[in-house]
Design a protein around this ligand. Sequence first.
Ligand SMILES: Nc1ncnc2c1ncn2[C@@H]1O[C@H](COP(=O)(O)OP(=O)(O)OP(=O)(O)O)[C@@H](O)[C@H]1O
Ligand SMILES: [Mn+2]
Length: 557
Amino acid sequence: MRWFMRRRTRLLCLVLAGISVFLHLLLVLLMLSVYQSPCLSPSPHHDKPSLALEDNNFTSKYNYVKLPAHMGQKSSSNTDANGRHKMAASSNMADMRNHENSALKEDREIASFKMAAPNGNHAATPSKADLTKLEALFDHPLYNLPQPPLEEEDWLLRVKAKANVAERESTQQWLSDNQNEYEPIQWNSSTETHPPWLRFHLGITRWHLYAHRDANLGPLIEQLASHRIVSAVQKAGGTQLKLVMSFPNYGQALLKPMKQERDEETNFNLFYFSDFERHNAEIAAFHLDRVLGFRRVPPVVGRLINVVKEIRDLTTDVKLAKTFFTSPVGNTCFYGQCSYYCSTEHAVCGRPHDLEASMAVMLPDLSLAPRRSWRSPWRRSYSRSKSAVWEKDSKYCQTVKKTSPYNRGTRLVDFIDMAILDFLMSNMDRHHYETFERFGNNTFLIHLDNGRAFGRHSKDEPSILAPLVQCCRIRRSTLLRLGLLSLPQYRLSDVMRASLSQDPLAKVSPILSESHLAAIDRRLATVLLTVQNCLEQNNDVIYNDITDYPDEVTVEH
Ligand SMILES: Nc1ncnc2c1ncn2[C@@H]1O[C@H](COP(=O)(O)OP(=O)(O)OP(=O)(O)O)[C@@H](O)[C@H]1O
Ligand SMILES: [Mn+2]
């Protein structure tokens, strides 16, 4: 009996030991798998990849259905929805194949780059592959569409062909009161003699602020970023502090100071109308608008400003000068005068003197080129409790479509372009927009004041897209470019990263964090999905502004 008991105990011990070994093995295996995951090659591009981008299937599925879907469409009204989809899909494929070789090459470049960037934190340094993508994007036919010839009335300003006798004989050019600071005017009617800011003004047309591949853009940005500042005064109007800065060659820029850290997300309890403006949003909006092919935001560049030498010591603005003080930690601060956030508590401060700011080139003076300000039909209520008409009436667009100037020409689709830009960067503050009076209603919309964009990356704001959702109308050229930017070989976040890396402040810190870049891709997918839904329910979605653009893209073997 005792022998039997001992044997049973030994057996029990053996079984228990076996279970214990098995459990230990299981534990080791589990731990190995957990510790292994961070070793998987990290994507250098996305610290927080969006769901859509993580899912490769989604991207390809999505491109297949969407993009070219409407590429082949000449007129939206005489094709039935199903037929259109089939055609679209086939041209999409053709287009994708067309780019296959270069995409493969670029994929290889990206792959080799991934290997070279083990910690995945390359955002501040431009990736060669991203820059190549940006170049390829700007080379694409959709960015080089043939333009109708420009007549005299399509230019905002003109240089007088001949100076009158008195002007020619005058050797003493007009000089500023302060001759030490401003350079004497050296230019005449010849373009070569013009400073970049003047070339910019003279290059504004009915349809764009600057030309695609404008050779003047580099020198213009370079001067905004580094030219000596000779004057700094407050800009009247608007709600937040901004300064007009002047250069020795009479060029001017609108400065918006950094008010918060780049990665600080807007407080969720703050209304859009009391949100701080962001200098990096102004910079990024210029790049995004350019990447989208609009060219409706005046060029903006980031710059480190010495608040003592470049503002306090040279300002003639007494009201501004009075607001300078030294903070408890010895930084020089100022707050100026404005209707929001101009107080000691909301001062902008140098570190101890250096302040990040955005510098937007000034448009021609209103006396030379008057502008008209238009109230946005989709303006928000700017009230804590009221909602606007468009928020309650889903048929709102039917009324807008019948109302001047939205009932003719390109005004409605231009407005929708602006809504798409705003949705991508989450700008809820587009209460007004401006146009140049000279061009009447037949012109582009100037996308000014983008300081309240890029406040949140973790959330999208669907209501910004209301004009597109409610009107279901879009320029064909815009849709095709958006489709292009959703393809891996031109991915919006990649070309934006490349474009933004060219800004001088990108050396201090990336202009947009990876989370914001991922948010733009995610929002682009939403825009394309919205158009897709429109196409399924409506006939007249596409405004065909590029009738000559081919339906099918020929595939080269
Ligand atoms: N680059 C520019 N060149 C010339 N004028 C400009 C430029 N940018 C803005 N402005 C003018 O300055 C005014 C104020 O600028 P902005 O709208 O950016 O400031 P704001 O403080 O955000 O204004 P608001 O609070 O009314 O939105 C604009 O209405 C516009 O007419
Ligand atoms: Mn504003």
